[in-house]
Ligand binder design. Structure first.
Ligand code: R5P
Length: 292
């Protein structure tokens, strides 16, 4: 087995390889003068199972093109099996057409990964169950809660109430709350599909004087977490900590989340970021060993 550490996941790829006790293949990459992406595997993979680790960080479209080329090259140059490990599966939020005339990018990307030559797919905390449903190859969705709950316990947050920033995220909050031995709740969120503006309204819960954790899969602009933190803060909880899996942290998202009342923000390393203090490498390695 060889782990191919894609240009967007050089650190995480190495951690996974170390845990699997496997060799690492680096990827040479550059940009053609016309803006196109070039990649080349820096070592042979013929006769080996190739685990391609490439997250879809910004600029996502470049990361995708690199991923497809790496999968294709591994397949063409004799890998016995190609497994695509895509810790952050960009475009998965668009798992259906919300407005007439839109493409279902999640379906489109799943098809591209398969047609490039991937024979299995692994991601971490895909946006929804639906977002995994477009693959016809085995597709695993690794739950990040064991890693997140470990960090929260270290921070003295056992028994904390876990708040989901929308009802779709409640199942995720429930799993985390169960591991922490606390309760889970959800606020109500409405996002304007055209402007992207988020409005959060309080739901039926009370965290006054308690430890509160706001937990979401993605922080992009921060709008969802900021509005949720404002609603939670009004109840005067003892602590407000924000945790997420994939921290895109566009613009001043982090600063606005602190300004809204969070004492601490952390995420996993599915995306390299200022907040990526929890590694999902052990969870990915476990999944790969289980499905080998
Ligand atoms: C949406 O349903 C996701 O779970 C996140 O809540 C959303 O992607 C966060 O985006 P933003 O940080 O831009 O509000």
């Amino acid at each position: 087995m060889k782990v191919i550490a894609g240009p967007t996941s050089t650190v995480l790829g190495r951690k996974v390889a170390e845990l699997l006790n496997s060799g690492v293949v680096d990827v040479e990459q550059r940009t053609f003068p016309d803006g196109g992406s070039y990649v080349r595997l820096a070592a042979p993979v013929a006769g080996d199972e190739a685990i391609v680790v490439q997250t879809l960080s910004r600029p996502q479209d470049t990361s995708i093109m690199q991923l497809l080329q790496i999968i294709s090259a591994a397949k063409r140059f004799g890998a016995t099996k190609v497994v695509a490990v895509v810790p952050y599966f960009a475009y998965a939020r668009q798992d259906k057409a919300f407005l007439e005339g839109e493409a279902v990018t999640c379906m489109l990307l799943s098809g591209l990964i398969e047609s490039a030559g991937a024979q299995a797919f692994v991601t971490v905390e895909a946006h929804s169950r639906d977002s995994m449903g477009y693959f016809t190859i085995p597709a695993a969705n690794v739950c990040a809660a064991p890693a997140i709950s470990g960090k929260l316990r270290e921070m003295g947050l056992e028994g904390a109430s876990v708040i989901a920033p929308d009802q779709g995220a409640l199942e995720r909050a429930r799993s985390l709350a169960k591991m922490l031995g606390g309760e889970s709740f959800s606020v109500k969120k409405h996002r304007d599909r055209v402007t992207g503006k988020v409005v959060v309204t309080e739901s039926d819960f009370d965290v006054s004087g308690k430890k509160a954790v706001i937990y979401d899969d993605i922080i992009s602009t921060g709008g969802t977490i900021v509005e949720t933190a404002k609603v939670v803060k009004k109840q005067n909880p003892a602590r407000i900590v924000v945790a997420c899996v994939h921290a895109l942290l566009v613009g001043d998202a982090l600063e606005r989340i602190f300004a809204a009342g969070a004492e601490r923000v952390f995420s996993t390393d599915t995306l390299p970021s200022k907040t990526d203090t929890v590694s999902v490498a052990p969870l990915i390695a476990e999944e790969l060993s289980r499905s080998a």
